[in-house]
Design a protein around this ligand. Structure first.
Ligand SMILES: *Cc1c(COP(=O)(O)O)cnc(C)c1O
Length: 341
């Protein structure tokens, strides 16, 4: 049976063109800085963002955790959203890897507001309180159903952080999805943040890898931390080549994934058993069932018909569109959704 996998945009497999690029990539020992393909990818990304430097890492968890480790010292406090990936989905890494504490804030669809951040900066003169040392944002926000930050809010947060000497990190796992929708140039994003993490293995379709972007001295420190975290890879050019190919070929087409997600949203909104669909902004569709207890049954029924989706909380299901899902797959999914009673 034809499989339509909407569980995540991480499930994509390399295309023929990407495999050719991987096969033909010149490689060397990257820990010695001698892998030409890794070097090319890092230069390409730094240039793309107009930032000084970049480093290729094994995953988005690794880029986030390295960034946090460079920014904070044990005991410091990181301000982030309660639903953020850095807190919720990285195995307690902020505490485990960096010994830091967190201040978790609420906010509409995974996004923070400058007023809330400002309220939670600890007075550095008060020895009772951990030193607030980092603010971490997520754009698009995964648990917010792929929500995009209003760029004006990012600017306000950035201005506030600069005025208060606070580094600002962006978990931009899906930043390209935000950028393609709101047309804010990557260089504008780069101007607001001290570090940005970008996933190549999500909707961009590379098999492995993320990049961390920042100033030269930041990336130099990140390189040391990456090694300590066991992330110094050798002939990594073979996977970097997939990332480079993804950036060169798969950014503009993200629009198509967003169109597909919109089509799913529209049809879900017409179904009697769906209570609510979180308004789609990018490639993530999250919906809530009238009867929460039916969630696993719905997921099983869809799987039986070849459509794979993910549980996303009580009565909630997530679907993510990506480059291995065609328009015909979306039509088929809608057809199957309508056939469920
Ligand atoms: C996927 C993701 C990451 C990184 O996850 P890895 O599986 O470690 O690559 C980071 N942040 C967000 C918001 C993500 O969705």
């Amino acid at each position: 049976m034809h499989r339509i996998d909407l569980r995540s945009d991480t499930v994509t497999k390399p295309s023929k063109g990407m495999l050719d690029a991987i096969y033909n990539a010149p490689v060397g020992d990257d820990v010695f800085h001698e892998d030409p393909t890794v070097n090319k990818l890092e230069d390409y990304v730094a240039e793309m963002f107009g930032m000084e430097a970049a480093i290729f890492c094994s995953s988005g968890t690794q880029t986030n955790q390295i960034a946090i480790n460079v920014h904070v010292r044990p005991g410091d406090e990181v301000i982030t959203h309660v639903d953020s990936h850095v807190y919720k989905y990285e195995g307690g890494g902020i505490a485990r890897n960096s010994g830091a504490s967190v201040r978790l804030l609420d906010g509409n669809r995974g996004r923070l507001r400058v007023e809330d951040i400002a309220n939670w900066i600890n007075n550095p003169e008060d020895v009772h309180l951990p030193l607030t040392r980092l603010v971490s944002l997520e754009d698009t926000a995964n648990r917010g159903g792929g929500a995009i930050y209003d760029f004006e809010e990012i600017k306000r947060i950035s201005t506030f952080c600069k005025a208060n000497g606070l580094p600002l990190h962006l978990d931009g796992a899906r930043l390209m999805n935000a950028m393609i929708e709101n047309n804010v140039p990557l260089k504008e994003y780069a101007n607001q943040f001290d570090s940005i993490s970008l996933c190549l293995s999500k909707g961009l379709g590379a098999p492995v890898g993320s990049v961390l972007i920042g100033k030269k001295d930041f990336i130099k420190k990140a390189r040391r931390v990456r090694k300590v975290f066991g992330g110094g890879m050798r002939q990594a050019g073979f996977i970097a080549a997939g990332g480079l190919y993804a950036l060169e070929n798969n950014v503009k087409r993200l629009k198509e994934d967003h169109k597909h997600a919109k089509a799913l949203e529209q049809s879900l909104n017409e179904l009697s058993w769906v209570k609510e669909v979180i308004p789609v902004q990018t490639n993530i569709v999250v919906f809530v069932l009238n009867d929460h207890d039916r969630r696993d049954n719905i997921i099983a029924q869809l799987a039986e018909k070849g459509v794979y989706v993910m549980a996303f909380g009580p009565g909630m299901i997530r679907m993510v569109t990506h480059l291995d899902v065609t328009s015909a797959d979306i039509d088929q999914t809608i057809h199957i959704l309508r056939s469920l009673s």
